[in-house]
Design a protein around this ligand. Structure first.
Ligand code: DP6
Length: 346
């Protein structure tokens, strides 16, 4: 009797990728998935997506995949993914020769209104990059390639393939619009930096990123905004390097208000994303900061939730303030912090 040692199990890869929060915002595109300005973010640690991709070769060419979100097939996400995978197949032609099974879970509750496109597209890109390496044995810069592919799925995902502080977009002849890179130097005051995410509303996002970026196309002040963002990236790099927390705070808050002001103005007042509770929290943070002379700053995404940013050595006092003064205005919260980036599971 012959003994069969061959394994019939289907090959698979799995990656976990964290979400990120932009300190200087990407808002506006100059071409397909290319940013109109440079941006800079902190990669988080607890809010992440884990994606597993199984791949089986097939005879008939064409895109074929199944998609499971938190254990269940999800048609809405499937349709979105179909567009992403079809765009990616121009870069990764092997996608047409394999049947894929994509399974994904988020660590953060999906009813929190937190955008998961950055973590999910980064995790997917990392999986596809690992498969590409398996099949073609490519030995180029793995994370640069993953960032390039993640950007095609979602711009902000380009930044989630690295840990700590990450920048994306060409600026003064450095960096690239096609992929992100790690910020090389930052002061130890910023290590283990905290981000407590206050979920002010658990409603679905009112404004999709696609629509939001489009609003900038016909907006009269868009060129000024792009200049402001580029200037802020340069200023932020300096502040990170020198450990200047108050300049850091000035920039992140200016960026958050600029994003919301641009959304309000470019939509002619039709899109108002901050809620009364977001404004109440902002007021209270400012008052507390002034009274206590403490380094507590905030930023927002394109939604009502507030990210509270502060150094680790001030966390005891700040956490007690959050508990007693802010949580009553929130649906829930995620005590997150700066992380070291994605990790391979299989
Ligand atoms: C406000 O990356 O979600 O979070 O490229 O269309 O997927 P697409 O947009 P997306 O936009 C992010 C916008 C933002 C700011 C930021 O993360 O820089």
């Amino acid at each position: 009797m012959p003994t069969y040692t061959h394994s019939y199990s289907i090959p698979r890869v799995s990656w976990a990728a964290p979400s990120n929060i932009a300190l200087v915002k990407y808002w506006g595109k100059k071409a397909f998935q290319l940013p109109a300005n440079a941006s800079l973010s902190i990669t988080l640690s607890k809010a992440f997506t884990q994606t597993t991709v199984s791949y089986e070769s097939k005879k008939v060419k064409g895109l074929e995949f199944e998609f499971f979100f938190e254990g269940k097939e999800n048609l809405k996400f499937y349709e979105k993914l179909k567009i992403v995978l079809s765009n990616l197949s121009k870069e990764l032609p092997f996608l047409l020769d394999y049947k894929l099974r994509i399974e994904t879970i988020n660590t953060f509750p999906h009813s929190t209104g937190i955008a998961s496109s950055a973590s999910s597209m980064a995790a997917l890109a990392l999986c596809l990059c690992s498969i590409e390496k398996e099949i073609l044995g490519q030995e180029e810069d793995f994370f640069k390639r993953a960032s390039y592919l993640a950007r095609i799925g979602s711009g902000s995902a380009a930044r989630s393939v690295y840990g700590e502080f990450v920048q994306w977009g060409e600026l003064e002849g450095e960096g690239s619009d096609f992929y992100a890179s790690k910020v090389k130097a930052f002061h130890q005051k910023f290590s283990q930096f905290r981000d407590t995410i206050l979920i002010v509303s658990s409603e679905e996002k009112k404004l999709s990123s696609t629509m939001g970026h489009k609003l900038m196309d016909d907006f009269s002040a868009s060129q000024e905004r792009y200049l402001q963002a580029n200037k802020n990236v340069l200023k932020m790099l300096q502040a990170l390097k020198s450990g200047n927390l108050s300049v850091f705070g000035e920039i992140v808050e200016e960026e958050a208000f600029s994003l919301h002001a641009n959304i309000l103005s470019s939509s002619k007042g039709e899109v108002v994303l901050l809620s009364p509770n977001s404004l109440e929290i902002i007021e209270r943070v400012r008052k507390f900061r002034k009274e206590k002379k403490i380094d507590l700053y905030f930023t927002m995404d394109a939604g009502p939730n507030i990210h509270l940013l502060y150094p680790k050595n001030q966390e005891v006092e700040i956490n007690s303030f959050i508990e007693t003064d802010l949580l009553k205005f929130c649906h829930s919260y995620i005590p997150d912090e700066m992380g070291t980036g994605p990790w391979k599971i299989i």
